[in-house]
Design a binder for this molecule. Structure first.
Ligand SMILES: NC(=O)c1ccc[n+]([C@@H]2O[C@H](COP(=O)([O-])OP(=O)(O)OC[C@H]3O[C@@H](n4cnc5c(N)ncnc54)[C@H](O)[C@@H]3O)[C@@H](O)[C@H]2O)c1
Length: 342
């Protein structure tokens, strides 16, 4: 049954959640880990199960003909080189967000995968969360009618209490509030609105609290999207807040509205003065062990079996989100000037 051997690049926080999620799928098993630190194969195998070989050379790991998939959980500035090397070695690629921190790097990753005939999966795992799967089903059932407004916002304070802070504060790795974390919210908004973006405007700022002073970029941004079908949307990406993690969703359509886990649909003839409640598992934690990686990786392996691009989070689909993010960051750098998508 287990016919995809997976090699992990990077052995940090995200990697630990990935290993458990891959091993819990029907077809995948982690058989190798590459890290810049020396790791012990026996210790890795005992900790995660199965037989895992530790590598300190990426080329050596990629040269293994029995490795079928490479899963990249390294620093964002390493994503392009490692993804291109994996694709050139004819390995399918799972790649953590951000896909990369520049439009050129994203294009190079996509081109390398296409040239080598390998498939890709970007870790926009929120698309596979119960919250957004149920929300999408509600939309697809027509209960909200035609959406003309949507906002999905990301509030998660990434201060010194959070492991990533040590590298996330730098522009080179963190990039922007959207690239480092808000990308999940913008990506969810695009999935829920189901339309292409025509223009984008964004403004950014940062908290005056000294714990956020080390950040080399604005850690709060608000982005307004104008969709080709006439709808409008908004994403706030806030990584300098002091509050519980909050993934805010508000959708407005011709037949009703949805606010997080509450909705009203005129089609159901319920009382418009009160919300009805949806029972679903909410995205209410930044902890990687709570993220729906397993469902996403299962969908990736199923797509590999079928020889198809994976649904929802293929390289091609994720590039659309990063195109909007790069346009938004360009707009913010120009004081909010609208930027047209190509
Ligand atoms: N999809 C999500 O929701 C999500 C969540 C967390 C992280 N991520 C992404 O995963 C990637 C990695 O993030 P992370 O939180 O695992 O970061 P991390 O700091 O835990 O690990 C990052 C990298 O640093 C290396 N590293 C860690 N400690 C090290 C040490 N002492 N010496 C040398 N190298 C060390 C790790 O091997 C890894 O390659 C990033 O791209 C991040 O954006 C995504």
């Amino acid at each position: 049954m287990k016919h995809y051997n997976v090699g992990i690049i990077g052995y940090g926080w995200a990697a630990t959640a990935h290993i458990a999620a891959i091993n819990a799928t029907t077809q995948g098993r982690v058989s190798a880990v590459y890290s810049s630190r020396p790791l012990d194969s026996a210790e890795l195998s005992a900790k995660h199960g199965g037989t895992i070989k530790a590598y300190q050379s990426l080329d050596a790991m990629l040269a293994d003909p029995d490795l079928h998939v490479v899963d990249i959980t390294s620093y964002p500035s390493q994503h392009r080189d490692q993804a291109v090397a994996a694709a050139n070695a004819k390995k399918h690629v799972i790649l953590e967000k951000p896909m990369a921190n520049t439009p050129e790097e994203v294009r190079e990753i996509l081109a390398a995968a296409e040239a080598n005939g390998v498939k890709g999966c970007i870790c926009f795992e929120c698309r596979y969360s119960n919250q957004f799967q149920v929300t999408k089903a509600l939309i697809d059932e027509g209960l909200l009618g035609r959406l003309h407004y949507g906002e999905v916002d990301y509030y998660h304070g990434i201060g010194p209490w959070y492991g990533q802070y040590r590298w996330n504060t730098g522009k080179k790795e963190g990039g922007s509030a959207l690239l480092t974390a808000g990308c999940h919210a913008l990506d969810a908004l695009l999935m829920l609105m189901g339309a292409d973006v025509e223009t984008v405007s964004s403004l950014s700022t940062k908290s005056s609290n000294e714990v956020f002073t080390p950040y080399e970029y604005d850690t709060s941004s608000v982005t307004i999207l104008h969709f080709k079908n006439g709808a409008v949307g908004k994403t706030a990406a806030i990584v300098d807040c002091l509050q519980p993690y909050y993934f805010h969703t508000h959708l407005v359509g011709s037949e009703g509205s949805l606010l997080d886990d509450k909705f009203h649909s005129a089609k159901l003839k319920a009382d418009k003065g009160h919300w009805s409640t949806l029972s679903m598992k909410m995205l209410d934690s930044g902890d990687v062990s709570d993220h729906p990686y397993q469902a996403q990786f299962q969908a990736f392996f199923d797509a590999l079996d079928a020889g198809r691009d994976m649904p929802l989070t293929s390289f091609k689909e994720a590039k659309k989100t990063f195109d909007v993010i790069f346009a938004a960051d360009k707009s913010a750098a120009q004081g909010g000037q609208p930027v047209r998508l190509g």
